[in-house]
Write a protein that binds this ligand. Structure first.
Ligand code: HEM
Ligand code: HEM
Length: 454
C-alpha cells in the first residue's frame, strides 16, 4: 500500500516506522511494556501472527497485508493479550497511529480498506475459536514450516463466506432494483388513473381511456359508473393480492421455500397502497356512509394505516435478508465490531469516548422515543464529524468514524429495545391482520350485493 505513495511522503513515513522480524513461536506482542510499540499499528508485510488470550487460547490470526492495533483489543468477547509469530519469516512494520489517522483523513478509500481488513480479522477469528482442536493446532501452525495446509481449510471457508456475502449483497441490490421498477410502474398506473378520474370529475377534455376503449364512454364520475367499477375491480384485485404475502410466509415456514421474504413484504406494501388508492378513486371521493361498502372502505383505510405503523415498528427490529430476526448475541457482536472499527480509525480511546458522549447525551429514552431517534442522531453525527476534524482527523476519516459511531449507538439502542420492539410488533399486528381479513371479506360481500342488485 505504501508503494503507491510519492517519494517525499514515503521518506517521511520510513523515518517514523519501526520494522521487526520474528521467528516461529516468538512473542511479538507490541503492547508489552518494554517493546516501545504501544499505540502503534502493526502492518504484516510477511508471515502471520496469532492473537492469544491471557490463558494462551488462540483468538484469531492476521495474515499478510493486514493491520492490528498495538494495544490490547477485543476479539470474540475476549481480550487479546499476547501475539505470537506463526511463521519463521514474520515481518511487521509498526506505524505510529498518527500516520494511520493522517492517511485515513486523506483518503476515505484508506479508511474503508481498514474497515475491510478489520472485518476479515473478525470473521477469521470466529473460525479460529470454533476450531475444536485449536490449542493443538497452534503448536502445529507454529512448529511446521509450512502450515499453509492447516490454514488452507479456513482460508477456503473464509473466502467462501466472503463470496456468499458478496452474493447476498448482489441479491439485495437486485431486490432493490426490482422493487424500484415495480413502484415506478405502480405509480405510473396510479397517475394515469388519477388523470382520467379527475378529468371525468371536472368534465375536462383530458380523458383518454374512452377514446381507446369505447366501452368507457364518458359518463358521470360516480360510484357505479363503468369507469368507477373498473377502478373498484382493479383496486380490489390489488388489495386481494396482499394475501400472497401470507402464502409466502406460510410456504417459507412450512416448506422452506426459497422465496425472498423482503421482496414479498415490499410487494405486499406496494399492492396494499396502490389497491387502497384505486378503491378511494372508485368511491369517487364519497368517503362517508354506513353500509357494507363503506365498512369495507374503512377497513381498507385502517389496514393501510396500521400497515404503515407496523412496518415502521418492524424496521426497528434488525433482521437478516431472509427476514429472520437476528439473535441478540449476533447483534452485540456487530455492535462490538462497529465500536472497534471506530476506535481503530481514531486510534485514541478518548476521542472515541468523547464522540460517543456527543452522540448519546440526553437522548430521550423509551421505546416510542427511540423510534424517532434516527434524524436526531444523524444531525448529531454531523457535529461529531466537525469535532473530529477539529481534533485532527481529515474529512474522509472523520466522516467515516462519525458514521460508525452513530450506527453503533443506534444498534446499541435497538438491542436495548429489542424485546419491547418484538412484543409491540406482535401486539400491533393483532390489529392489522384481522383488519386485512375484514377487507377481503367485506369487499367480497359488497361485490356480491352489487351483483345481486343488477
Ligand atoms: C374492497 C373493495 C371495495 C370497496 C372498499 C368498495 C367501496 C365502495 C363504496 C364506498 C361505494 C359507494 C357506496 C355508496 O355510494 O353507497 C361503492 C360503490 C360501488 N361499488 Fe365498490 N368497493 C369495492 C370493490 C368493488 C368491486 C370489486 C366492484 C365491482 C364488482 C364494486 C362495485 C361497486 C358498484 C357497482 C358501486 C355502486 C353501487 C352502490 O352504490 O352500491 N366495488 N363501493
Ligand atoms: C389494505 C391493504 C392491506 C391488507 C389487506 C393487508 C393485509 C395483511 C395481512 C392479512 C397480513 C398477515 C400476513 C400473515 O402474517 O399471514 C399482513 C401483514 C403485514 N402487513 Fe399488511 N395489509 C395491507 C397493507 C399493508 C401496508 C400498506 C403495509 C405497510 C406499509 C403493510 C404491512 C404489513 C406488515 C409489516 C405485515 C407483517 C408481516 C410480517 O409478519 O413480517 N400492510 N397484512
Amino acid at each position: 500500500m505504501f508503494r503507491k505513495l510519492p517519494d517525499r511522503a514515503f521518506n517521511k513515513i520510513s523515518s517514523l516506522i519501526k520494522v521487526r522480524a520474528y521467528t516461529a513461536g516468538e512473542d511479538a506482542t507490541p503492547f508489552a511494556p518494554q517493546s516501545g510499540l504501544r499505540g502503534y499499528f502493526g502492518y504484516i508485510v510477511k508471515g502471520r501472527v496469532l492473537f492469544m488470550s491471557a490463558s494462551d487460547k488462540p483468538l484469531g490470526l492476521a495474515v499478510r497485508d493486514e493491520f492490528f492495533l498495538g494495544k490490547p483489543f477485543m476479539l470474540n468477547d475476549q481480550t487479546v493479550e499476547k501475539l505470537l509469530s506463526a511463521s519463521d519469516e514474520t515481518m511487521i512494520v509498526y506505524i505510529p497511529s498518527k500516520v494511520i489517522s493522517i492517511l485515513t483523513s486523506a483518503s476515505r478509500v484508506f479508511g474503508e480498506m481498514l474497515e475491510d481488513i478489520y472485518d476479515a480479522i473478525h470473521e477469521r477469528s470466529k473460525l479460529v475459536v470454533q476450531d475444536a482442536g485449536s490449542e493443538k493446532a497452534v503448536q502445529q501452525w507454529i512448529s511446521t514450516p509450512d502450515p499453509g495446509r492447516a490454514l488452507g481449510g479456513w482460508v477456503d471457508a473464509l473466502s467462501k463466506k466472503q463470496s456468499q456475502a458478496a452474493e447476498r449483497r448482489a441479491k439485495e441490490e437486485r431486490r432493490k432494483s426490482i422493487v424500484w421498477i415495480l413502484w415506478s410502474m405502480g405509480l405510473a398506473l396510479a397517475a394515469l388513473m388519477t388523470v382520467e378520474s379527475l378529468a371525468r370529475h371536472f368534465h375536462s377534455s383530458l380523458t383518454f381511456v374512452d377514446q381507446i376503449i369505447p366501452y368507457f364512454l364518458i359518463e358521470e364520475f360516480e360510484p357505479g359508473s363503468r369507469w368507477n367499477i373498473l377502478l373498484g375491480i382493479m383496486g380490489y384485485a390489488f388489495v386481494l393480492s396482499t394475501i400472497f404475502h401470507t402464502v409466502v410466509k406460510w410456504g417459507i415456514r412450512r416448506f422452506k421455500w426459497k422465496v425472498n421474504f423482503q421482496l414479498s413484504q415490499s410487494v405486499h406494501i406496494l399492492v396494499g397502497v396502490l389497491g387502497s388508492y384505486l378503491i378511494v378513486l372508485h368511491t369517487a371521493f364519497s368517503l362517508a356512509g354506513a353500509n357494507i361498502a363503506y365498512y369495507a372502505l374503512y377497513a381498507v383505510l385502517i389496514s393501510l394505516f396500521t400497515g404503515f405503523v407496523g412496518q415502521f415498528i418492524s424496521s426497528q427490529i434488525p433482521k437478516t435478508i431472509r427476514g429472520e430476526k437476528l439473535k441478540l448475541d449476533a447483534l452485540k457482536l456487530e455492535q462490538q465490531k462497529l465500536q472497534q472499527k471506530a476506535e481503530m480509525l481514531m486510534g485514541d480511546e478518548k476521542m472515541y469516548k468523547t464522540s460517543l458522549m456527543m452522540i448519546s447525551q440526553g437522548v430521550p429514552q423509551g421505546f416510542w422515543a427511540n423510534i424517532f431517534l434516527a434524524p436526531i442522531l444523524w444531525v448529531r453525527s454531523l457535529k461529531v464529524k466537525g469535532n473530529l476534524k477539529q481534533l485532527g482527523l481529515g474529512e474522509g476519516g472523520a466522516g467515516l468514524a462519525a458514521e460508525l459511531i452513530r450506527k453503533e449507538f443506534q444498534l446499541r439502542q435497538k438491542v436495548k429495545f429489542l424485546e419491547i420492539s418484538n412484543a409491540v410488533f406482535k401486539r400491533w399486528m393483532i390489529i392489522h391482520i384481522p383488519l386485512g381479513w375484514a377487507v377481503y371479506i367485506l369487499g367480497a360481500i359488497h361485490v356480491i350485493l352489487v351483483l345481486l342488485s343488477i
